[in-house]
Design a protein around this ligand. Sequence first.
Ligand code: PLP
Length: 374
Amino acid sequence: MTTTSKDPNREPKLLLGPGPSNVHPDVLEAMAQPMIGHLDPDFLKILDRVQVRLRALFGTTNPMTLPLSTTGSGGMEACFGNLLEPDDEVVVGVNGVFGNRMCDVANRIGARVTRVDAEWGRVLDDDAMSDAIRRVRPKAVAFVHAETSTGVHQPVEAISRAAHEIGAFVILDCVTSLAGLPVRLDDWGVDAAYSGTQKCIGCSPGLSPASFSPRAVERAGNRTIPCTSWYLDINLLAGYFGGERVYHHTAPISAIFGLDAGLRRIEQEGMAARVARHRDAAEALIAGLAEFGFEPLVEPAHRLPMLSSVRLPASVKKLGEAAVRRKLLADHAIEVGGGLGALAGEIWRIGLMGENARRENVARLLDALRKELG
Ligand code: PLP
């Protein structure tokens, strides 16, 4: 008798929150392939291919570009943990939850953190960042490309230039941007970047694609004390993800099968078409939501295409925003995200990420809202 763990009562849900997003059947099918060993030449061929495709996606030739066996937060810890030591100075741009998380991670390493805050919903101010960089002369400068807590798209180049003028490393969070917006690490001078597979890449959560410039790898090799995380130390990870393929930890085989399939879909679609698809879906969403009185939190020039944050109209607040979201999920099988921190109860965060960035999904959400809000 064959058995299946599939729950027949579980309807597929449309995931229009801040991630995870829905996963294409090709990815699910790839993840269901029979297990093979992580040192099997057949698996290593796939890993090679994944690394090549990740370099293309990140816009880099960095040899140290790899799928870390962790989520986006682990990627953040890897970037900070390999580049910073106790008492190193770091300047962090903070305009949302994930900039805050960066400060927390850096503090735990024992680094000296200088925060440059901007109002949530606005971009970081280039001049404020440059002033802090020139004053503090930090070892690293860190900020978030796509702030998922607010929907802000942060320009990278001016801050990166200011960092390089004083020889600092640039750390960039690309968790939500990668595969939905152009990312060009080499052109921008980014030294360490990390992402997550569950957003615009359109795979399951659990991997953090990351990339380290040769200068960052050299820094990791010349530390006075070892990276405090054995698991995320890129000097050790290089043994497996570099040329030699010697055991470090057991690679998450099925997740990498899935990532391979997800990256193949991205390659087939082409980044220009994918970026345009994300933008088109976001425009349709913002236009459609106006009917109900939702207003974008972020000014047009700095809105993310894959994550729209919208202020709630009185009709939604009256019904209780969390209650409306619960109804969308229970009665329409659609998930949308609420606000975080000071924006809790004030905004929704609607994701159109990866496979989900399509007008038909926007139409489904608007239909459901019409039923719920009249
Ligand atoms: N950075 C950003 C911008 C994010 O949106 C997220 C997750 O939503 C993270 C970091 C943390 O990623 P994870 O939840 O995969 O650990």
